[in-house]
Design a protein around this ligand. Structure first.
Ligand code: FPP
Length: 245
Protein backbone atom coordinates (compact mmCIF):
# COMPACT_ATOMS: atom_id res chain seq x y z
CA UNK A 1 0.00 0.00 0.00
CA UNK A 2 1.32 3.45 -0.87
CA UNK A 3 0.83 6.59 1.19
CA UNK A 4 -0.71 8.96 -1.37
CA UNK A 5 -1.39 12.35 0.21
CA UNK A 6 -4.74 13.92 1.01
CA UNK A 7 -5.83 16.76 -1.34
CA UNK A 8 -4.34 20.22 -0.80
CA UNK A 9 -6.15 22.87 1.24
CA UNK A 10 -5.77 26.58 0.41
CA UNK A 11 -3.59 27.91 3.28
CA UNK A 12 -0.70 25.49 2.88
CA UNK A 13 -0.97 25.43 -0.88
CA UNK A 14 -0.54 29.22 -0.83
CA UNK A 15 2.55 28.91 1.32
CA UNK A 16 3.70 25.81 -0.61
CA UNK A 17 3.92 23.80 2.57
CA UNK A 18 2.36 20.43 1.83
CA UNK A 19 4.55 18.24 4.00
CA UNK A 20 5.91 19.32 7.37
CA UNK A 21 8.29 16.93 9.12
CA UNK A 22 9.23 17.55 12.75
CA UNK A 23 12.14 16.37 14.89
CA UNK A 24 10.58 16.75 18.33
CA UNK A 25 13.51 17.56 20.60
CA UNK A 26 13.98 18.99 24.08
CA UNK A 27 11.67 16.86 26.24
CA UNK A 28 14.56 15.93 28.56
CA UNK A 29 15.73 19.54 28.95
CA UNK A 30 12.17 20.71 29.60
CA UNK A 31 11.86 18.16 32.44
CA UNK A 32 15.33 18.90 33.82
CA UNK A 33 14.58 22.63 34.01
CA UNK A 34 11.62 21.72 36.24
CA UNK A 35 13.51 19.10 38.28
CA UNK A 36 11.12 16.48 36.93
CA UNK A 37 11.91 12.97 35.65
CA UNK A 38 12.48 12.68 31.89
CA UNK A 39 9.17 10.86 31.46
CA UNK A 40 7.38 14.05 32.54
CA UNK A 41 9.00 15.79 29.57
CA UNK A 42 7.83 13.05 27.21
CA UNK A 43 4.33 13.25 28.72
CA UNK A 44 4.26 16.99 28.12
CA UNK A 45 5.58 16.22 24.63
CA UNK A 46 2.42 14.24 23.95
CA UNK A 47 0.36 17.34 24.76
CA UNK A 48 2.43 19.25 22.19
CA UNK A 49 1.72 16.48 19.67
CA UNK A 50 -2.02 16.93 20.30
CA UNK A 51 -1.79 20.72 19.79
CA UNK A 52 0.21 20.47 16.59
CA UNK A 53 -1.93 17.71 15.06
CA UNK A 54 -4.96 19.91 15.70
CA UNK A 55 -3.40 23.11 14.33
CA UNK A 56 -1.55 21.75 11.27
CA UNK A 57 -4.57 21.11 9.00
CA UNK A 58 -5.80 24.68 9.65
CA UNK A 59 -2.49 25.91 8.19
CA UNK A 60 -3.02 23.76 5.12
CA UNK A 61 -0.51 21.07 6.01
CA UNK A 62 -1.44 17.91 4.08
CA UNK A 63 1.16 15.61 5.60
CA UNK A 64 2.63 15.93 9.09
CA UNK A 65 5.47 13.56 9.92
CA UNK A 66 6.62 13.26 13.54
CA UNK A 67 9.89 11.61 14.56
CA UNK A 68 8.68 9.77 17.67
CA UNK A 69 11.28 6.99 18.08
CA UNK A 70 14.48 6.55 16.11
CA UNK A 71 16.39 3.35 15.37
CA UNK A 72 19.05 4.77 17.70
CA UNK A 73 16.66 5.50 20.59
CA UNK A 74 17.03 1.83 21.70
CA UNK A 75 20.37 2.97 23.18
CA UNK A 76 18.48 4.92 25.87
CA UNK A 77 18.01 3.32 29.31
CA UNK A 78 15.43 0.49 29.27
CA UNK A 79 13.04 2.35 31.57
CA UNK A 80 12.97 5.38 29.26
CA UNK A 81 12.36 3.14 26.23
CA UNK A 82 9.49 1.48 28.16
CA UNK A 83 8.08 4.91 29.06
CA UNK A 84 8.15 6.02 25.41
CA UNK A 85 6.42 2.81 24.26
CA UNK A 86 3.83 3.25 27.02
CA UNK A 87 3.17 6.81 25.89
CA UNK A 88 2.79 5.65 22.29
CA UNK A 89 0.16 3.09 23.39
CA UNK A 90 -1.59 5.75 25.45
CA UNK A 91 -1.56 8.29 22.61
CA UNK A 92 -3.04 5.92 20.02
CA UNK A 93 -5.61 4.52 22.46
CA UNK A 94 -6.79 7.92 23.69
CA UNK A 95 -6.62 9.86 20.41
CA UNK A 96 -7.64 7.47 17.67
CA UNK A 97 -11.39 8.25 17.79
CA UNK A 98 -10.79 12.01 17.77
CA UNK A 99 -8.23 11.73 14.96
CA UNK A 100 -10.66 9.68 12.92
CA UNK A 101 -13.50 12.13 13.61
CA UNK A 102 -11.23 14.97 12.46
CA UNK A 103 -10.49 13.25 9.15
CA UNK A 104 -6.87 12.40 9.95
CA UNK A 105 -5.37 9.41 8.20
CA UNK A 106 -2.64 7.65 10.18
CA UNK A 107 0.46 6.11 8.67
CA UNK A 108 3.70 4.79 10.11
CA UNK A 109 7.23 4.69 8.76
CA UNK A 110 10.28 2.86 10.04
CA UNK A 111 10.63 -0.72 11.21
CA UNK A 112 7.46 -0.40 13.34
CA UNK A 113 6.42 -3.98 12.62
CA UNK A 114 9.20 -5.21 14.90
CA UNK A 115 7.79 -3.37 17.95
CA UNK A 116 5.87 -5.36 20.62
CA UNK A 117 2.98 -7.36 19.06
CA UNK A 118 0.25 -5.44 20.95
CA UNK A 119 1.62 -2.14 19.59
CA UNK A 120 1.83 -3.53 16.04
CA UNK A 121 -1.81 -4.65 16.28
CA UNK A 122 -2.84 -1.23 17.59
CA UNK A 123 -1.02 0.55 14.77
CA UNK A 124 -2.51 -1.77 12.13
CA UNK A 125 -5.99 -1.05 13.52
CA UNK A 126 -5.35 2.72 13.52
CA UNK A 127 -4.23 2.55 9.88
CA UNK A 128 -7.23 0.50 8.81
CA UNK A 129 -9.75 2.67 10.67
CA UNK A 130 -8.43 5.94 9.22
CA UNK A 131 -7.39 4.73 5.75
CA UNK A 132 -10.07 6.67 3.84
CA UNK A 133 -9.60 10.00 5.68
CA UNK A 134 -8.43 12.96 3.60
CA UNK A 135 -8.08 16.06 5.82
CA UNK A 136 -4.45 15.36 6.77
CA UNK A 137 -2.08 12.42 6.86
CA UNK A 138 -0.30 12.01 10.19
CA UNK A 139 2.84 9.95 9.71
CA UNK A 140 4.54 8.73 12.87
CA UNK A 141 8.14 7.62 12.46
CA UNK A 142 8.68 4.67 14.80
CA UNK A 143 11.87 2.67 15.05
CA UNK A 144 12.83 4.84 12.08
CA UNK A 145 16.26 5.62 10.66
CA UNK A 146 16.88 7.06 7.20
CA UNK A 147 19.96 4.88 6.65
CA UNK A 148 18.11 1.74 7.74
CA UNK A 149 15.22 2.64 5.41
CA UNK A 150 17.68 2.94 2.50
CA UNK A 151 19.29 -0.39 3.39
CA UNK A 152 15.87 -2.06 3.24
CA UNK A 153 15.14 -0.40 -0.11
CA UNK A 154 18.51 -1.43 -1.58
CA UNK A 155 18.08 -5.02 -0.37
CA UNK A 156 14.59 -5.22 -1.92
CA UNK A 157 15.89 -3.90 -5.26
CA UNK A 158 18.96 -6.15 -5.17
CA UNK A 159 16.65 -9.12 -4.62
CA UNK A 160 14.55 -8.05 -7.62
CA UNK A 161 17.68 -7.57 -9.75
CA UNK A 162 19.19 -10.92 -8.70
CA UNK A 163 15.92 -12.63 -9.65
CA UNK A 164 16.00 -10.92 -13.05
CA UNK A 165 12.81 -8.96 -12.39
CA UNK A 166 14.47 -5.54 -12.76
CA UNK A 167 17.47 -4.47 -14.83
CA UNK A 168 20.11 -2.54 -12.81
CA UNK A 169 20.02 0.27 -15.38
CA UNK A 170 16.27 0.62 -14.82
CA UNK A 171 16.91 1.69 -11.20
CA UNK A 172 16.46 5.46 -10.99
CA UNK A 173 15.33 7.91 -8.31
CA UNK A 174 11.64 7.11 -8.87
CA UNK A 175 12.28 3.37 -8.51
CA UNK A 176 14.19 3.96 -5.26
CA UNK A 177 11.49 6.30 -3.92
CA UNK A 178 8.85 3.66 -4.55
CA UNK A 179 10.75 1.33 -2.19
CA UNK A 180 10.96 3.83 0.67
CA UNK A 181 8.50 3.80 3.58
CA UNK A 182 7.22 7.19 2.37
CA UNK A 183 6.29 5.95 -1.13
CA UNK A 184 3.33 7.96 -2.42
CA UNK A 185 3.90 10.94 -0.11
CA UNK A 186 5.23 14.30 -1.28
CA UNK A 187 8.78 15.09 -0.14
CA UNK A 188 8.93 17.23 3.02
CA UNK A 189 8.96 20.96 2.30
CA UNK A 190 10.15 21.71 5.82
CA UNK A 191 12.14 19.73 8.33
CA UNK A 192 11.58 21.52 11.63
CA UNK A 193 13.67 20.81 14.71
CA UNK A 194 12.87 22.13 18.14
CA UNK A 195 15.21 22.99 21.03
CA UNK A 196 17.89 24.70 18.95
CA UNK A 197 19.87 21.66 17.78
CA UNK A 198 20.99 21.70 14.13
CA UNK A 199 21.17 18.03 13.24
CA UNK A 200 19.17 15.73 10.96
CA UNK A 201 19.70 12.73 13.26
CA UNK A 202 19.06 10.13 10.53
CA UNK A 203 15.62 11.57 9.71
CA UNK A 204 14.20 11.36 6.16
CA UNK A 205 17.69 11.50 4.62
CA UNK A 206 16.64 10.78 1.04
CA UNK A 207 13.32 12.63 1.22
CA UNK A 208 14.69 15.90 2.64
CA UNK A 209 17.09 16.55 -0.26
CA UNK A 210 15.41 19.91 -0.97
CA UNK A 211 13.60 20.50 2.32
CA UNK A 212 13.99 23.83 4.08
CA UNK A 213 15.52 23.31 7.51
CA UNK A 214 13.83 25.39 10.21
CA UNK A 215 15.17 25.39 13.76
CA UNK A 216 13.40 26.92 16.74
CA UNK A 217 14.73 27.32 20.27
CA UNK A 218 11.34 26.33 21.68
CA UNK A 219 11.56 23.03 23.55
CA UNK A 220 9.13 20.45 22.16
CA UNK A 221 6.83 20.34 25.24
CA UNK A 222 6.32 24.13 24.86
CA UNK A 223 5.56 23.91 21.14
CA UNK A 224 2.10 25.19 20.27
CA UNK A 225 -0.04 26.69 17.51
CA UNK A 226 1.79 30.05 17.73
CA UNK A 227 5.20 28.35 17.38
CA UNK A 228 3.85 26.43 14.39
CA UNK A 229 2.58 29.64 12.78
CA UNK A 230 6.08 31.16 13.33
CA UNK A 231 7.72 28.16 11.65
CA UNK A 232 5.38 28.39 8.65
CA UNK A 233 6.11 32.13 8.41
CA UNK A 234 9.86 31.41 8.46
CA UNK A 235 9.39 28.91 5.62
CA UNK A 236 7.42 31.51 3.64
CA UNK A 237 10.49 33.81 3.65
CA UNK A 238 12.69 31.17 2.01
CA UNK A 239 13.37 31.25 -1.70
CA UNK A 240 13.38 27.69 -3.00
CA UNK A 241 15.37 26.96 -6.13
CA UNK A 242 15.66 23.17 -6.09
CA UNK A 243 19.15 23.40 -7.54
CA UNK A 244 18.17 25.90 -10.23
CA UNK A 245 18.96 29.60 -10.12
C1 FPP B 1 13.45 14.10 22.18
O1 FPP B 1 13.62 14.66 23.44
C2 FPP B 1 12.21 13.39 22.08
C3 FPP B 1 12.10 12.03 21.91
C4 FPP B 1 13.24 11.12 21.81
C5 FPP B 1 10.83 11.37 21.83
C6 FPP B 1 9.68 12.17 21.29
C7 FPP B 1 8.49 11.49 21.76
C8 FPP B 1 7.34 12.06 22.15
C9 FPP B 1 7.05 13.50 22.08
C10 FPP B 1 6.27 11.20 22.71
C11 FPP B 1 5.77 10.12 21.79
C12 FPP B 1 5.19 10.66 20.53
C13 FPP B 1 4.08 10.20 19.90
C14 FPP B 1 3.73 10.75 18.57
C15 FPP B 1 3.20 9.19 20.45
P1 FPP B 1 14.93 14.29 24.27
O2 FPP B 1 14.51 13.30 25.30
O3 FPP B 1 16.01 13.86 23.36
O4 FPP B 1 15.22 15.70 24.91
P2 FPP B 1 16.66 16.28 25.34
O5 FPP B 1 17.48 16.39 24.08
O6 FPP B 1 16.31 17.62 25.93
O7 FPP B 1 17.20 15.31 26.35
Amino acid sequence: MTLAAAPASPGGAAAGLRHLAIIMDGNGRWAKARRLPRVAGHRAGIEAVRRVVEAAPDLGVEVLTLYAFSSENWKRPADEVADLMGLLRHYIRSEIKELHKNGVRMAFIGDWRSLKPDIVTMLEEARTLTAANTRMTLVIALNYGGQQEMVRAVRALATEAAAGRIAPEAIDDAVIEAQLDTAGLPAPDVVLRTSGEMRLSNFLLWQSAYAEFVVTDVLWPDFDRAALVDAVAEFATRERRFGGR
